[in-house]
Design a protein around this ligand. Structure first.
Ligand code: NAD
Length: 483
């Protein structure tokens, strides 16, 4: 941060300026590993959102609107390079604010840089098509920017998810108002500082930190936005969609998940263990696409569990800054939610095979052991609800049909993993599982290039890849009769 920013509280970034919240109020952000306050941050509300939306609207008609696509492309590429250059500082800040292990924060910052690089490459290739209507008519389409895009961001991958929607929105020529999560606002402000240094025209990107029920509600319900990207819980997604419906605004919803890893008897169990651990402990299980259910064929269940428990025992839990395998949960609230899920699962008759408590050597911070539940059946709460923590449920199946039925028997449909040597079976299941992304003999395969999004209550619309650009453009058709 520059000198002005070092004098806390952190300010809002609106129309290229750093300013206090109109109310003059601030809120605290905390280090989840120590529970200590890191900083005070401006508490934006409706008045600040109003200013930000006006700035974003005006910027559409300013220098930004007059840039050629290839000039936008170069600017986005410069953002990518700037993020890469500052990866160490950004990763440390993300780890302090969110708690995640430093190597994961690093990977996410580089992923954010990659979104800007990828969409920089796309910015000058977004074009319409000519439609043949016979010799007397010329007909073509134009892909126009939507206008002012709104982005409401969660706390689990703060900078990465922000970049995931901001980069394609800017590539297509839109402007943006961003509301970071109140738990993790710092890296968004750091990005704003970089944009200012890169001479992004004022008002193209505006960042209003604040609470969901104040700044978030004001942004979702604003009459002068043209598109809203929301990433967060299904409950908030529902509220946001209702608010946007009031003014008939299009929304892209990226919500939660209860994603399965389906393990057949012919699977390589060592591979399964590696992927399953990655699937549930990355970011302390606070991943929308976490693999939170293992569906294992009954004949290999015992062998799998023995290896799984042995592997979980090896995991090192500690402050993210020490690069452990597992860091803390993000907040006291999230700690309460996760332990609440563990209590409900136990009361329903699920059996804790490993974990379930705070690690004895970490009396402070929001630490919880990776937790493994056996004796889980498909209609239990723990098998249906997203925990958003390192809590893994084991369910069994006897044949492919039963595996498919259990996999689809949840309200969500974000991702699924299939582990088998039988490619026909894997592809058969891939076409029948109700989820937006299928991994075969891996978990989390897929990068910035691959479309990502949900079925069912995991939301709708696709981010990442070229598919995302569809949300940030609208098609206009032009018809000319030749006389
Ligand atoms: P959340 O829904 O509580 O908050 C998300 C954002 O919405 C925050 O910025 C918050 O301030 C804001 N918000 C809260 N109430 C609002 C309201 N009434 N109107 C407008 N904005 C409001 O979610 P969270 O707890 O921050 O994130 C966890 C959830 O996000 C999990 O369910 C997870 O699965 C989901 N998630 C999904 C994806 C995905 O890509 N599908 C990615 C990450 C997280």
């Amino acid at each position: 941060m520059n000198e002005a920013q070092r004098q806390k509280p952190y300010k809002l970034f609106i129309n290229g300026n750093w300013q206090e919240a109109s109310s003059g109020q601030t809120f605290a952000t905390y280090n989840p590993a120590t529970e200590a306050e890191i900083a005070q941050v401006a508490r934006g509300d409706m008045a600040d959102i109003e200013q930000a939306v006006v700035a974003a609207r005006q910027a559409l008609d300013g220098p930004w609107g007059r840039l050629k696509p290839k000039e936008r492309s170069r600017l986005l590429y410069a953002v990518s390079q700037s993020l890469e250059q500052q990866v160490d500082e950004l990763a440390r800040l993300e780890t302090l604010d969110n708690g995640k292990p430093l190597p994961q924060a690093r990977k996410e910052v580089l992923g954010a840089a990659r979104y800007f690089e990828y969409y920089a490459g796309a910015a000058d290739k977004i074009h319409g098509e000519q439609i043949p209507l016979g010799p007397d008519v010329v007909n073509f389409t134009i892909r126009e920017a939507m206008g002012v895009t709104a982005h409401i961001v969660p706390w689990n991958k703060p900078l990465n998810i922000l970049a995931r929607s901001l980069a394609p929105a800017l590539a297509a020529g839109n402007t943006a108002v961003i509301k970071p999560a109140e738990q993790t606002p710092l890296t968004a402000l750091k990005l704003a500082e970089q944009l200012a240094e890169l001479d992004f025209p004022a008002g193209v990107v505006n960042i209003v930190t604040g609470y969901g029920e104040e700044a978030g509600v004001a942004l979702a319900g604003h009459t002068d936005i043209d598109h809203l990207t929301f990433t967060g819980s299904a409950a908030t997604g529902r509220a946001v969609m209702k608010a946007a419906a009031e003014h008939i605004k299009p929304v892209l919803l990226e919500l939660g998940g209860k994603s399965p890893l389906i393990v057949f008897a012919d699977a390589d169990l060592d591979l399964v263990i590696r992927e399953a651990i990655k699937g549930i402990v990355t970011n302390c299980g606070q991943m929308c696409s976490a693999g939170s259910r293992i569906l294992v064929m009954d004949s290999v269940k015992d062998a799998l569990l023995e290896k799984l428990v042995a592997a979980i025992k090896q995991l090192h839990i500690g402050p993210g800054i020490e690069s452990p395998d597992v860091g803390p949960l993000v907040s006291a609230v999230q700690y309460g939610r996760v332990t609440g899920h563990i209590d409900i699962a136990t009361s329903e008759g699920a059996h804790i095979l490993y974990g379930g408590s705070r690690p004895a050597h970490l009396p402070q911070g929001y630490f919880i052991e990776p937790t493994l539940f056996d004796n889980v059946v498909p209609d239990m709460y723990i098998a249906q609800r997203e925990v958003f923590g390192p809590v893994l449920s084991i369910l069994t199946f006897h044949d492919e049909a039963e595996a498919l039925r259990i996999a689809n028997q949840v309200p969500y449909g974000l991702v699924a993993g299939i582990f088998t040597q039988d490619i026909s079976r894997a592809l058969r299941l891939a076409t029948r599982i109700q989820a937006g992304q299928i991994f075969i003999n891996e978990f989390y395969t897929g990068d910035e290039e691959t479309p990502f999004g949900g079925y069912g209550q995991s939301g709708f619309g696709r981010e990442k890849g070229l598919a995302a650009l569809d949300h940030y453009t609208q098609i206009k058709n032009v018809a000319i009769r030749l006389h």
